[in-house]
Design a protein around this ligand. Structure first.
Ligand code: MOS
Length: 754
């Protein structure tokens, strides 16, 4: 049984002899992507000419399909197949598992006449071209028996319950302490539905070879997709070969598969030819998961010198009726600030909407929008600097569990960030700084995001030409996984990067959990390190046992690897020479990571501090970013360039969250109103100026063998709150309803008589 103490032993990644770890290495697959030659799922070349699918979706939120007229569609040019719930082939029952070890159950399409949300698949067409498929799909006439649907979240809070199996968490006596606190704050903050808006939609290319199906699909979790499809098709999972080599964004929205996967596979089987199915942008917005809205109440009680005595974050969120998911906006608050009396919890409203689900930093991304503004408000009431208030309430140990922190450099992030940003130039009194027609203000917020490690495997193979290939059923959703796996492998085997290949995104490869929860680099990378170590051992034994090797007879434990050579004392030979001579078929080794049980005995998080400077247009209420800066502590950094891309990308999500991104439910239909990026506004280049981030030097040797931690979700956590606080500092308008669009800011300015 391993222990986190084992990770203190140096390994090639922590020793970093050739300096590849941490280096700003260019993306492994960068040239393919920027030249448009990386084949995404829909673009993969099929073994024979493919045909194209088009999905028809429901126009009601709840009810039944009363009738579907497909006659015109069937007679439409080029149409090969039209399916409805009456004609689609048999699939595994919803939620069923034939193989009890399947990571995902059956997820049948159109398995009944029931409609569960606006945007659910109700018909499917395949034609010779995409245009013909779409034209035919538009000819399908659906009539419905409509039922009353719960689609208005704020009006449905009476239906809220605690999530199944989840109680509010109480420590001490919050109510009494809050009532007795000399300084208190009690405010409610709301955040809207958000969409992932990945550049690449969900898409699948599928073909069959006998009983086996090959699917190229866009998904974050290889095994989950493979198993869901196998269960849906009612075939062994070994008969599903799932590939997901390049992914144009996931952000949690592709943690699961959607109907494109099942429909492409079913239709390819029926038509005996390859089928391609992609969601349209509208279908992405309506028929995949979204981040649910939240209504969060923060209550803080403090002593006059700023010590928190009572601390509560609770409130409401929503999910689909039959796809339980909780946006755990209060969870992170259990680890952030010291306070003896605490209350945190969630209430969930089940609604007739598309599934709510994980989106980049689920929990923290929503929750920090409330608490980190509340801390700003409380600081003002106390007459304290917002950083000072946070420093006063820094806990010695995890404030709820009492576990020691693996390492916690939040204070350093705030202090160094403040210094670099020029925080001392901030006027704590709002509405004091003008630049022409702009009110200018600064805000800050803390950042915290949990760090996870999951079990994973990896393989490493060296061939006779000396090329080392890292093989893993892992994904790269744009985060840099290919690149960091190449770096880890090259450093571990002591070879140049150019000698390393990375093959991921394939269900035939040693399994890894995929990309999510910012656990990807730690999890996949730790398994890759182990695979590399196992390959070193195999090569050492090969060399010392080979009479033709200059290392013959040496102790395999004392063999070292560098510069593409295997070495003992002053004897060495090229790895390629050794393998070509002694194992011309190549050498393969497999490694793994499994989190030791005592990893749970430490409080493991990534931390950061966000700083924002905004301008607020005094006439229109428009908010423009002027500067944004973040300091983060996330363990050892594997690649300065990809890590910075991740963290600044997260900060930019914070800009969208604070200023523009929102979706609303049309209460008449239960549809999401914004169905494209013309209505759902994500930040573009012109919105982002002078944005920078740095990482503190850090090694977290309790996190994993490499001492690294995740960076994919930390950057968004807290970012929106820093901007909200900057808006207040600029113009004195305190908004608690995201996003802070010009209409809301302007109403605030007018109400304040400005
Ligand atoms: Mo993530 S939002 O846990 O893929």
């Amino acid at each position: 049984m391993s222990s986190i103490a084992d990770w203190a032993t140096p390994n090639p990644v922590t020793e970093n002899r050739s300096g590849l770890i941490g280096k700003a290495v260019d993306r492994y697959e960068g040239p393919l992507k920027v030249t448009g030659t990386a084949p995404y799922a829909y673009e993969v070349e099929a073994p024979s000419p493919p045909v194209q699918g088009a999905i028809v979706t429901s126009a009601i939120a709840r009810g039944r399909v009363a009738a579907i007229d497909t006659a015109e569609a069937e007679a439409s040019p080029g149409v090969l197949l039209v399916w409805t719930h009456k004609t689609i082939p048999a699939q595994g029952a919803r939620g069923a598992r034939i193989n009890p070890r399947s990571q995902r159950p059956s997820s049948p399409v159109m398995d009944s006449d029931e409609v569960r949300y606006f945007g659910e698949t109700v018909a499917f067409v395949v034609a010779d071209t995409l245009e013909n498929a779409r034209a035919a799909a538009a000819l399908i006439k659906v009539t419905y028996d409509e039922l009353w649907a719960v689609v208005d979240f704020p009006a449905s809070l009476g239906l809220a319950e605690n999530p199944p199996g989840e109680e509010d968490v109480r420590i001490g006596d919050f109510e009494t302490a809050f009532a007795a606190a000399p300084v208190t704050l009690d405010e409610t903050y709301t955040s809207p539905i958000q969409n992932h808006v990945q550049m690449e939609p969900c898409a699948t290319t599928a073909w069959w070879d006998g009983d086996k199906v090959t699917v190229h699909t866009s998904i974050q979790m290889v095994k989950g997709g493979q198993h869901a499809l196998a269960e849906t098709l009612m075939i062994p999972s070994d008969d599903v070969h799932l590939l997901t080599r390049y992914i144009g964004g996931g952000f949690g929205g592709k943690g699961q598969s959607y109907d494109d996967l099942s429909l492409a596979a079913l239709a390819a089987r029926e038509l005996k030819r390859p089928v391609k199915v992609a969601y349209t942008r509208q279908q992405m917005m309506l028929g995949t998961i979204h981040r649910p809205a939240t209504i969060q109440r923060v209550r803080l009680g403090a002593t006059p010198d700023g010590r928190l005595t009572a601390f509560a974050l609770d409130g409401y969120t929503h999910c689909a009726r039959d796809a339980l998911f909780t946006e755990h906006f209060a969870n992170f608050a259990r680890s952030l600030y010291a306070a003896p009396n605490r209350l945190t919890g969630h209430k969930l409203v089940k609604m007739d909407l598309p599934g709510a689900g994980p989106m980049r930093a689920p929990g923290e991304a929503s929750g920090m929008l409330s608490l980190e503004v509340a801390m700003d408000e409380l600081a003002e009431k106390l007459g304290l600097d917002p950083i000072q208030l946070r420093l006063i309430n820094e806990p010695e140990r995890d404030p709820e569990t009492g576990k020691p922190f693996s390492i916690r450099q939040l204070a350093r992030c705030m202090n160094e960030g403040a210094q670099h940003f020029g925080w001392d130039r901030r006027n704590p009194k709002p509405g004091q700084v003008r630049d022409g027609r702009w009110w200018v203000g600064m805000g800050m917020a803390a950042a915290i995001r949990a760090d996870y490690l999951l079990p994973a495997k990896a393989g490493a193979r060296i061939t006779a030409d000396g090329t080392i290939t890292l093989l893993q059923g892992m994904t790269d959703i744009g985060t840099g996984t290919y690149t960091i796996l190449a770096q880890i492998t090259a450093e571990t085997l002591g070879v140049p990067l150019s000698q390393v290949r990375v093959e991921i995104g394939d269900s035939n490869l040693p399994p890894a959990p995929g990309s999510g929860g910012q656990f990807g680099a730690s999890t996949a990378g730790s398994a890759a390190l182990d695979a590399g170590m196992k390959l070193r051992v195999a090569l050492a034994h090969l060399a010392v046992g080979d009479p033709n090797s200059p290392l013959y007879g040496a102790s395999p434990d004392l063999v070292t690897f560098d510069d593409g050579k295997i070495r003992f004392g002053n004897q060495s030979e090229d790895l390629s020479t050794l393998v070509a001579r002694a194992a011309p078929e190549g050498v393969y080794a497999e490694g793994s990571i499994s989190p030791p049980a005592d990893r749970r005995d430490v409080s493991l998080h990534t931390y950061g501090a966000h700083f924002a400077e905004v301008g607020v247009d005094m006439d229109t209420g428009e908010v423009r970013m002027r500067r944004m800066y973040g300091v983060f502590a996330a363990g050892r950094i594997l690649n300065a360039k990809t890590a910075k891309s991740q963290i600044t990308g997260g900060m930019i999500w914070g800009v969208g969250t604070a200023l523009t991104e929102t979706n609303s439910v049309d209460p008449r239909y239960g549809s999401l109103i914004n169905q494209d990026v013309g209505g759902y506004l994500v930040p573009v280049h012109a919105d982002i100026v002078d944005l920078d981030a740095v990482f503190l030097d850090e090694v977290d040797d309790k996190a994993n063998p490499m001492g690294i931690k995740g960076v994919g979700e930390l950057g968004i956590s807290g970012a929106g709150a820093a901007i909200a606080n900057a808006i207040y500092n600029a113009c004195g308008v305190r908004l608690r309803d995201y996003p802070m669009t010009p209409d809301k800011v302007l109403a605030g300015l007018i109400a304040a008589g400005l």
